[in-house]
Write a protein that binds this ligand. Structure first.
Ligand code: MRU
Length: 598
């Protein structure tokens, strides 16, 4: 920061609040929000933004505690780092000229700092980290705090890039509308930011159409700070009341929600700024990915789940007044929690500097059909995807009921509308009579490979490579593979184990049902059913690339039939025609309808 303060009266620090000098900024390539400066801590006083970029100088532990409590410095990583530097202040203050340190006094100060705000685990974590170095003397404590700052910048950068990669993988086809809450930018960290860091990374890649910024009642971190940071970075944004977020989602104005975290329990339950939970519920309702970006230091592995997270309750005046003006009756009782806890099953992914976790998959919450917890996970997110996933499940069940997908057999896939490079396919091993939308897997339509790490979630169908071969070369948006009895019987009777064979059809009215203009004849391929599915997929790909405008059907010897179409409905209708054709041939005893293709 180079802007000189408009005022030197910070109300927090005791010294003149000048911005840090170039020497004091250890990472000149990033804009810092807090630095060590000549025996004190300099922080951007976030209470003054966006009107004034003012630096506060903190020289005592009392000032550090007050700055954290009053939100002059705020955001989980930033308060941790300010706290760590606060311990360094204390260690210096309690070290005599002869070099002896009053450890008990420093530890008492450290305890006061660590408990200044209860929810963000980063505060106690960073304080404990530097207190460990106390026996080495005050300089070691300061060095440890500086290291924590350096590390914060590196970890934020990694997490931001990881989250940007994930979002890009989920939604590759167009610039995104991203909703964010509170402030998770450089102000909330040493520099770079977490969720907002990821948004800026996406913007740098040209992937952001607009950021929808929740104002974040009651202290307006979104309106005051995030809007300020986005404006500073030149990223297009619009501010909205918190209460408009769900409406924006319902109007397809949001592709993805990115937020930070103050404490993440071992199961992935995440505490963050009040209002985050409501966003997660609304995002799940609309099938929108909900992603938490936070450093590993935000995890609290001691807590099995979010029920043990202490949520800070703040003063009534934050709610009853606005800009210093009372907006509620004098004696209005108030409920003002600063944070809420989002259950892990509503979270698509938690991204840190070292991993992408999908906590919803770890949840042991029992799925309850279409509305179960697992529905919200990233196997079936975004409006298009949730609808496509439901359609797949809806098409599976009646085919199962007809006996065409016995047990767990058969698989269906569909390209995502508006995202033709992606397809959803039935997960492997699911009984098709009870499969749900959460059991579908997002894959690259051209390769069949899962788009997101599968973890312990469903794997794509073992026959995904065959679907991908069809998507690559045929005019298809949906592929249906079943073991319908007549088609399967004919494929067994006519197919060869080791070479391509054919079902040749002549003068069949039902050929119209396959979308073929010429109903006088059609040759349908029967592929060997190699145990190596990739080999079948290669055969199919080779056949389709040699055969422009093929009939939308292929058989697998001894196995079943695969049919495709412009959508699931058309593929299913075509399948019914194929099955009727095979039934007709078998019932009329015309096995000699087979002949080698010309
Ligand atoms: O009360 P605040 O403003 O400190 O709350 C901050 C948040 O909830 C942030 O989202 C969280 O700390 C992550 S900041 C990278």
């Amino acid at each position: 920061m180079t802007t000189r303060p408009a005022s030197t009266d910070t109300g927090t620090g005791t010294g003149p609040a000048v911005p840090p000098s170039a020497d004091e900024v250890r990472h000149p390539h990033v804009a810092p929000s807090l630095v060590w400066s000549d025996g004190a801590i300099l922080v951007i006083d976030q209470r003054a933004l966006p009107h004034e970029t003012r630096w506060a100088r903190l020289e005592t532990v009392d000032e550090v505690v007050e700055a954290i409590r009053s939100l002059a410095v705020r955001g989980a990583p930033a308060i941790g780092l300010a706290g760590a530097l606060g311990v360094a202040l204390s260690a210096r203050a309690h070290t005599a000229d002869n070099g002896t340190t009053d450890m008990a006094a420093v530890r008492a100060d450290a305890e006061r700092i660590a408990t200044a705000r209860p929810t963000a685990v980063n505060l106690a974590w960073a304080v404990a980290r530097v207190v460990e170095r106390l026996p080495e003397g005050p300089d070691a404590v300061l060095r440890a705090a500086q290291e924590a700052i350096d590390e914060d910048i590196t970890t934020n950068r990694r997490a931001a890039v990881g989250a940007a990669d994930l979002v890009t993988a989920i939604q590759p086809d167009r610039p995104l509308r991203i909703l964010t809450h509170c402030n998770t930018g450089r102000l909330a960290t040493a520099a770079v930011g977490t969720a907002l860091g990821a948004i800026l990374e996406l913007a740098a890649r040209g992937r952001v159409a607009e950021v929808l910024v929740d104002e974040t009642r009651p202290l307006l971190q979104g309106a005051r700070l995030t809007a300020w940071e986005l404006r500073e970075a030149g990223v297009p944004y619009r501010l909205c009341p918190d209460s408009a977020a769900a409406a924006a989602m319902s109007r397809s104005m949001v592709d993805c929600v990115l937020v930070g975290a103050d404490r993440i329990a071992a199961n992935g339950d995440t505490a963050n700024k009040i209002g985050t939970y409501a966003l997660a519920v609304a995002a799940a309702r609309h099938g929108i990915p909900f992603i938490v970006v936070a450093p590993e230091s935000s995890w609290d592995p001691q807590l099995p789940d979010g029920s043990g997270i202490v949520v800070e309750e703040r003063g009534a005046d934050e709610v009853t007044t606005l800009g210093g003006v009372r907006i509620a009756p004098e004696d209005a009782p108030v409920f003002n929690p600063a944070f809420d806890v989002t259950p892990c099953e509503l979270i698509t992914a938690v991204v840190s500097e070292s991993r992408v976790l999908r906590p919803s998959l770890k949840s042991d919450a029992a799925p309850d059909g279409e509305t179960g917890a697992r529905q919200s996970d990233n196997r079936a997110v975004s409006g298009h995807r949730i609808r496509a996933a439901r359609a797949l499940a809806d098409y599976c069940r009646p085919l199962y009921a007809r006996g065409w997908m016995p047990g767990t057999s058969g698989n269906l896939s569909v390209r995502l509308p508006g995202q033709p490079s992606r397809a959803l396919i039935t997960g492997s091993g699911f009984a098709k009579g009870s499969i749900g939308s959460a059991d579908m897997v997002l894959v690259d339509a051209g390769t069949g490979r899962p788009v997101l790490p599968v973890g312990d979630g469903p794997r794509p169908s073992a026959e995904t490579a065959i679907h991908a071969a069809v998507y690559r070369s045929a005019d298809a948006n949906a592929v249906v593979h079943v073991h319908s009895p007549y088609a399967t019987a004919l494929a067994r009777r006519l197919g060869a184990a080791d070479r391509l064979s054919w079902l040749a059809l002549k003068d069949l009215e039902l050929l119209k049902g396959l979308g073929l203009k010429d109903t006088t004849h059609a040759d349908l391929p029967i592929f060997p059913n190699w145990t190596d599915v990739a080999r079948i997929a290669d055969d199919v790909a080779a056949y389709l690339s040699d055969c422009p405008g093929p009939p939308p059907v292929l058989f697998l010897a001894d196995h079943g039939v695969t049919v495709w179409g412009r959508d699931l409905g058309q593929a299913r209708n075509r399948l019914e025609c194929v099955e009727a054709i095979c039934q007709l041939l078998l019932l009329t005893g015309e096995p000699d309808t087979t002949r080698p293709a010309a």
